[in-house]
Write a protein that binds this ligand. Sequence first.
Ligand code: FAD
Length: 375
Amino acid sequence: MEKLDYLIVGSGLFGATFAHMATKMGKRCLVIDKRPQLGGNVYCESIEGINVHKYGAHIFHTNNKEVWDFVNSIVEFNRYTNCPVANYKGRLFNLPFNMNTFYQMWGVTTPEEATAKINEQKAEAVAVLNGREPQNLEEQALSLVGKDIFETLIKEYTEKQWGRKCTELPAFIIKRLPVRLIFDNNYFNDKYQGIPVGGYNRLIDGLLEGVECKTGVDFFNSEYRDWRKYADNLVYTGAIDEYFDYRLGKLDWRTVSFKTRIEDTPNYQGNAVVNYTSHDKPYTRVIEHKHFEMFGKEVYDCPKTVISEEYSTEYKDGMEPYYPVNDERNNSLADAYRQLAEKEENVIFGGRLAQYKYYDMAPVIEQVLNFKSLL
Ligand SMILES: Cc1cc2nc3c(=O)[nH]c(=O)nc-3n(C[C@H](O)[C@H](O)[C@H](O)COP(=O)(O)OP(=O)(O)OC[C@H]3O[C@@H](n4cnc5c(N)ncnc54)[C@H](O)[C@@H]3O)c2cc1C
């Protein structure tokens, strides 16, 4: 068998984009993935004709025109704009904090009135501190946005996310809490935003067109472990500690679990994303997947809907590793693994698992586009 130029472990956005670029440049690639399907975390499962984001809701957003043009050259993107709504004990508020939120909270109608209200509440919190620095997340948030916003939209949501009281969480978790003094519910500030028309699988299929791929193949339990026999280079997008057989210790992750069900109604909550910011509901968010891709009448042309409740869950072996834990132990352990990685010849460690860093989709693609000159 002729040797490959690249054996690519992982068919998520890093691996798939890499395979696309390298193939375009005439390189021979093989992509393997241990999951039964391609696409990594952006994979969608079709249920009742709705693309269900199986590994968590994904909204593409970027300021980088090169990345936006690149993904649009593979598949057209729709006009989805993320405008989440918060539900606090049945009261609804727009997010991110903006003039709509302040009107719903206090009935204020002008930026001046909203600013006065926020400043009044911030001043109360700062007075309580009496000159000292905020000691925990609760004090920090109160001094940034005041009592009403904190108690209604931050406190219990954050406690559900972290499984700890805000008074027991460090202040640094919240550095800034931007408030918008305009009526603008668009969650992201980026210039470009959307969902691939037909779903993310189209993006992955487009990237991997003409590339040989094998699913259900775990690098570590397959013939490819001895990859130098098969390829000149390895692109590894799995977990970095696993690559080194956990020899320095295991990295920790945070995870989310999803309870997904079909509802016999065309429109369950009227929005793709609803955050539940009070303790009376155990989940943090409910995602109604059809709203990512169906608009106006299309919502009602599809008689059912699929929703996913999201639960913040303590990570255990065998669960999906979603978010790196940025504490001292894990940061220094990840650094130590990165140093080992630098010594590996002809191996590229790419993507969120191999770099032990949270990356949105666009920066992952940007990284691969920057490899162009090396290929
Ligand atoms: C819950 C959640 C929500 C998110 N929402 C957004 C969002 O709204 N917008 C946004 O821009 N970004 C979002 N992201 C980030 C986005 O998921 C990542 O940027 C993207 O998945 C990174 O792609 P990747 O290729 O690095 O990793 P992945 O998509 O995880 O792909 C890695 C692949 O490697 C495979 N693999 C691992 N080990 C092995 C092995 N030993 N052998 C074979 N295969 C292996 C895995 O099966 C997987 O398919 C979200 C992330 C999470 C966790």
